[in-house]
Design a binder for this molecule. Structure first.
Ligand SMILES: [Fe+2]
Length: 357
């Protein structure tokens, strides 16, 4: 029996706001063209394009789910979350370091408050965004299964095209200041921990957190926070129509010459069938289908962390998948965080390196 020995992750009894969706991610890239090329082959569709800002969308009515700003250096900036009421936006505007309520110039408009989480990631909270027209997708394939044949005199021929991305599903971030960052998301956006993986001493290594949608089932995780040496983007994940879309996505991305990261397999925590690809800057993007959904009352699970706890079947996780890319600047930041962060000890760093390095 493993136990969580720290204050976080834990749901907050009275959060500032309850995020109702992960609206979008925000990146900076030196060149928008290769960003759009990759995302198009990955299955996203253009929503808007100027000289300096590109937005992409899925088929769901969210006006855009991916925003790229032209900037000298490639980096992940942060994420956008929706809230249902203006009161929540007003309360968030009073949080330390928050902007005032501003009008969004991006597709769908609406009002936005910009915050910074304790790890330095930008958090945009949006309300009143006008939905876009939903784009129809192909229907999920009908399976002939062992006990039931539903497809008679018909074949399986999913199209050999980039898979239709329905929507952005989740983002996974590594942080050094684990307790403070986790506490911030549970307190201000109402995140509920679904499952936490703990180190042998009971400290959290990864928390998979879902939205509090009450009785409406929410994805097993919309945000996952992993203990790392410094704040880093791990990956983001996009929901596809079915498993054949995941498979066809792999074929199309491979034929287009993009770099594969891991898959196809099925996760344990969240249960998704997954496939991971790298964008032109080495950032991982996941195709998935068939994820778990939980209502708000479902209790938190606690599990020992290990490489083997990451997947049920499929290609083993390559070592390179979790190995940090240590540039000289990253080494300096890691050493500084080791000295400064209350959540980082040499012992923990060595345990994480043994597990995932
Ligand atoms: Fe994922």
């Amino acid at each position: 029996m493993v136990e969580l020995k720290t204050a976080q992750p834990r749901r907050h009894p009275n959060p500032t706001a309850r995020a109702s969706a992960l609206a979008h991610l925000l990146f900076e890239r030196p060149d928008l063209r290769p960003a759009e090329d990759f995302l198009t082959d990955f299955g996203l569709l253009p929503a808007s394009r100027t000289h300096d800002v590109l937005t992409m969308r899925g088929t769901a009515p969210t006006p855009y789910c991916y925003r790229v700003h032209r900037a000298p250096r490639a980096r992940f900036v942060g994420a956008g979350f929706s809230v249902r009421t203006r009161e929540e936006l007003e309360r968030l505007a009073r949080v330390d370091g928050a902007s005032g309520i501003e009008r969004s110039p991006h597709p769908g408009g609406g009002e936005v408050v910009t915050l910074r989480d304790p790890s330095g990631f930008t958090v945009e909270v949006i309300h009143g965004q006008a939905p876009a027209e939903e784009i129809p997708t192909r229907k999920p394939l009908t399976f002939n299964v062992g006990h039931e044949r539903k497809r008679i005199n018909h074949t399986q021929r999913p199209p050999t095209t980039p898979p239709e991305v329905i929507r952005l599903g989740h983002v996974v971030l590594e942080v050094a200041d684990y307790q403070a960052t986790c506490a911030w998301y549970t307190q201000h956006l109402g995140f509920i921990p679904s499952d936490v993986q703990v180190l042998p001493d009971g400290q959290p290594a990864v928390a998979f957190m879902r939205l509090d949608l009450g009785d409406t089932p929410a994805d097993h995780h919309t945000l996952a926070l992993a203990q790392g040496f410094m704040p880093l983007y791990s990956h983001s994940a996009y929901e596809l129509v079915d498993a054949d879309a995941v498979g066809m996505g792999q074929r199309v991305l491979r034929e287009k010459g993009w770099t594969h990261a891991w898959g196809i397999g099925r996760h344990i925590l969240g249960s998704q069938i997954f496939d991971y690809w790298q964008d032109p800057w080495g950032d991982k993007h996941e195709h998935y289908c068939d994820g778990d959904v939980f209502t708000a009352d479902h209790p938190m699970g606690v599990h020992p962390v290990s490489r083997e706890a990451m997947w049920q079947w499929g290609q083993p996780m390559p070592r390179a998948f979790t190995r940090p890319h240590f540039s000289p600047a990253a080494m300096v930041a890691a050493v500084r965080n080791l000295r400064r962060s209350p959540d980082l000890t040499l012992d923990k760093v060595l345990t994480l390196a043994r597990l995932f390095g």
